[in-house]
Design a binder for this molecule. Structure first.
Ligand SMILES: Nc1ncnc2c1ncn2[C@@H]1O[C@H](COP(=O)(O)OP(=O)(O)O)[C@@H](O)[C@H]1O
Ligand SMILES: [Mg+2]
Length: 332
């Protein structure tokens, strides 16, 4: 029996964003959780989909011990056999999650074997289960595992946009080109997909001169130049728009570790730092033993939170611009 040609109504998929990279440790999960969290905080309805068998999203959002956390069981079943996914609703106000985790290992095997006989349906496994719920959300972020397996392909096949985070090293930058090439592999089922942009992750802090001009570290400047050259930004025949987001995410191990341990988003950590300041909890009181068994929240949380919020705004701006172009095209 010939496989049926799958059809997906793409009308409502305009704000489905795959956060994808071949590498691990480049900020995919951090961005998914925090940008999603920030957009939800500003009133948008957001769904985060954790496609990673490692299920790290639970640490950023602190739902590891939620009784509804099934380690990706429900998502895995739906990806293999269709059907509804049981979301953890209201992880934060306006923020739902489809949990990932170890149950997703089996999906890779099943979809990989299906790729041989019925590639289109295998690629569309995620798009099909998203279709019934896309209208319920303003933004959907797909947090991908590292690598170039079939789950990542399914994310690309579901997404209108791809967001690629990277560190600034030369090898990291080369990896960005590979993700862009992967897009070609889903064009047969998802002609609308496009690159939303590249986010620089864990960069050295820029310094400010006396006259107020900001000087970025060489590593960031080089990475931006390499990426612009890669996509032909500013060149004739190039991509014709900016690719790298203006705002980068600054490096802070303290913020990363505290947020993961507490299950708090970075802006929530920043809120905690402010509460501590108000309560008179200061490092010198802790050092002198006046306050025992206290750990002070990193003061850098505010700066990292600002970075993430600025990127969320840039993402929203780029989406609005693209949507306006479509509207203008339609009315022209
Ligand atoms: N601003 C930051 N600076 C440095 N490290 C960070 C920052 N934010 C998060 N991290 C840490 O970097 C690591 C990789 O981030 P993560 O978002 O999990 O990447 P990925 O999902 O791409 O594997 C994690 O251990 C995370 O805690
Ligand atoms: Mg991750």
């Amino acid at each position: 029996m010939a496989a049926t040609e799958p059809t997906i109504d793409r009308d409502s998929f305009g704000r489905v964003i795959a956060v994808e990279s071949l590498k691990g440790g480049v900020g995919k999960t951090t961005i998914t959780a925090n940008i999603g969290g920030y957009l939800a905080l500003s009133g948008a309805r957001v769904l985060l989909v954790d496609l990673d068998p490692q299920g790290n999203l639970e640490d950023d959002l602190g739902y590891a011990d939620d009784e509804r956390n099934d380690q990706g069981e429900s998502l895995a079943k739906a990806l293999m056999f269709g059907g509804e996914v049981a979301a953890i609703t209201n992880v934060r106000e306006n923020l739902d999650v489809w949990t990932g985790g170890s149950a997703l290992h089996s999906v890779t095997a099943v979809l990989s074997s299906k790729m041989g006989s019925d590639a289109k349906n295998a690629k569309l496994a995620l798009a099909k289960i998203l279709a019934p719920v896309v209208d319920n959300y303003d933004f959907i972020f797909l947090d991908c595992p590292p690598g170039d397996g079939v789950l990542q392909l399914a994310a690309l096949a579901a997404a209108r946009w791809v967001l690629v985070p990277t560190r600034t090293g030369a090898k990291d930058i080369k990896g960005v080109a590979k993700v862009a090439e992967r897009i070609d592999q889903v064009l047969d089922v998802n002609g609308a997909i496009d690159l939303l942009g590249v986010v620089l992750f864990a960069v050295g802090t820029a310094s400010e001169r006396k006259d107020g001009t900001v000087v970025m570290k060489n590593a960031e400047r080089d990475a931006r130049a390499d990426l612009d050259a890669m996509f032909g930004v500013g060149e004739e025949g190039g991509i014709g728009r900016e690719i790298v987001f203006n705002q980068a995410i600054r490096h802070s191990e303290a913020v990363a570790s505290q947020s993961g341990r507490a299950g708090l988003l970075v802006h929530e950590l920043d809120e905690r730092a402010k509460q501590e300041a108000k309560a008179g909890i200061a490092w010198w009181k802790i050092r002198s033993g006046e306050l025992k068994n206290k750990q002070l929240t990193s003061a850098t949380a505010g700066s990292v939170a600002d970075d993430l919020q600025t990127i969320a705004q840039e993402i929203n701006d780029r989406l609005l611009e693209a949507e306006n172009e479509v509207l203008e095209g339609a009315s022209a």
